[in-house]
Design a binder for this molecule. Structure first.
Ligand code: GP9
Ligand code: MN
Length: 412
């Protein structure tokens, strides 16, 4: 039966934060263009390498966007697919494997493409890879997507591709003809590819030279990040030219880290400090921009994570999430819990960082009294267990049938 979901529902309801009425519905019926930026970590924002900006476009975007510098990825083995899952369900990925593969047959009545669909939105994904990679074709149906523009929708030649496939610039460019045809309002999710390990780029596409450490991966990373930044800039310019910019809001975020702990030596050289477990946790920050044409920029410095994206986006569109299962909260709500949970049970709050069984103060020193981390560690454990229970048991199928559409739980 569905009794297990009742406890979870009570937990979720107790943690719900009411949206700020000033922001709720501010982007109602606007198109939503979401860009998942491959492997983009926050440490490159407003940074230079060899005296040159790494992300000049994104640095400009900070000025007229809501920019979240303390926003963390929460992915595990499912990498990009985990970020997609977290983004659209406000639930956690699994402790091992990828939910996109293992539980694509589950019911996801609260998934954001579904909820948007019930509110008149058409939803599409653009990603120039094989449709079955990460089992996306199957999972996208379960999440309620109307259309997936996979590799077969793009013209890929040796000239316009590198590494994993179509270069970002051509990817965005070729997508526009499809984007134009989507019924409005639309939700369009773009997943970039060029800034993917091993960060290969043709010489002619190098806008800034590689860095000069001993570590080729880190050296190339800056160059492919710079390329992706330029590709997004050109996409924005094109949308403006086409008159497709004003009626949309833009959500840009990094999917997960690009530089693993195997590269701590070069990273230590770049950042000028030792990469302790505390610093490794800091490096899990990925940038988040919420860009609403016509709105002024604001730095939002709360501690947040990918789990918060769904309620945040839904509320901007004026779609309520109060009666849905979710583990994140609206980043524009007045009350912010400043709590982000990693898949391994680690977490970050305003005051503490808990990682690799060590409790740090926010400044990176070790907490003298470890017990200060315990209540948060318990909450992290509970929340991850609840999320896992839902996925393993396919529990969302017990949400009331006729009320499924709004995600309301039927307690009868
Ligand atoms: C592949 C792309 C990259 O389609 O999403 O996958 P990743 O290795 O980052 O999960
Ligand atoms: Mn990825």
């Amino acid at each position: 039966d569905g009794s297990e979901i009742v406890d979870i529902e009570n937990y979720v309801r107790a943690n719900h934060e009411e949206p700020d009425p000033k922001m709720f519905g501010i982007a109602k019926d606007k198109n939503v263009v979401l860009i998942s930026m491959e492997s983009l970590q926050n440490f490159v924002i407003n940074e230079k390498v060899n005296g040159q900006e790494i992300t000049p476009f994104l640095n400009d975007l900070v000025k007229d966007s809501y920019y979240f510098p303390n926003f963390y990825h929460q992915t595990a083995q499912g990498k990009t697919s985990d970020s997609e899952f977290i983004l659209e369900n406000s639930m956690y990925g699994l402790p091992s494997g990828a939910v996109f593969f293992t539980h694509a047959g589950n019911q996801f009545p609260n998934a954001s493409p579904k909820m948007m669909g019930e509110n008149g939105y058409y939803s599409a994904v653009f990603h120039p890879n094989n449709k079955s990679f990460w089992n996306r074709d199957v999972m996208y149906d379960s999440l309620g997507y109307n259309k997936f523009y996979d590799i077969d929708s793009f013209s890929v030649t040796p000239e316009n591709s590198i590494g994993w496939g179509l270069k970002d610039e051509y990817f965005f460019d070729q997508s526009v003809k499809y984007l134009k045809t989507l019924p409005e309002p639309y939700y369009a999710k773009y997943i970039t590819l060029t800034n993917h390990f091993p960060f290969s780029l043709k010489q002619e596409d190098e806008i800034i030279p590689e860095w000069n450490s001993e570590d080729g991966t880190v050296n190339r990373y800056f160059t492919t990040v710079r390329y992706m930044d330029e590709s997004i800039k050109k996409f924005f310019e094109r949308l403006k030219e086409e008159g497709m910019y004003e009626d949309s809001i833009f959500i840009l975020y990094g999917d997960h880290y690009g530089i693993s702990e195997n590269h701590n030596e070069a990273m230590s050289k770049f950042l000028g400090k030792e990469i302790t477990p505390y610093e490794s946790a800091q490096l899990q920050k990925v940038p988040l921009f919420i860009h609403i044409p016509g709105q002024k920029g604001k730095v939002m410095d709360q501690v947040a994570g990918q789990i918060d994206l769904k309620p945040t986006i839904m509320h901007l569109l004026g779609i309520d999430t109060k009666n849905t299962i979710k583990f994140g909260n609206d980043l524009f709500a007045k009350n912010q819990d400043n709590f982000v949970i990693f898949r391994d049970g680690g977490f970050v709050t305003k005051d503490y960082v808990y990682t690799k069984s060590t409790c740090y103060n926010a400044d990176g020193t070790e907490a003298e009294d470890k017990s200060v981390c315990e209540p948060y560690a318990d909450r992290a454990k509970t929340e991850l267990e609840y999320s896992d229970k839902i996925i393993y048991g396919d529990l969302l199928r017990f949400l009331g049938n006729e009320q499924n559409q709004t995600g309301k739980v039927n307690n009868e």
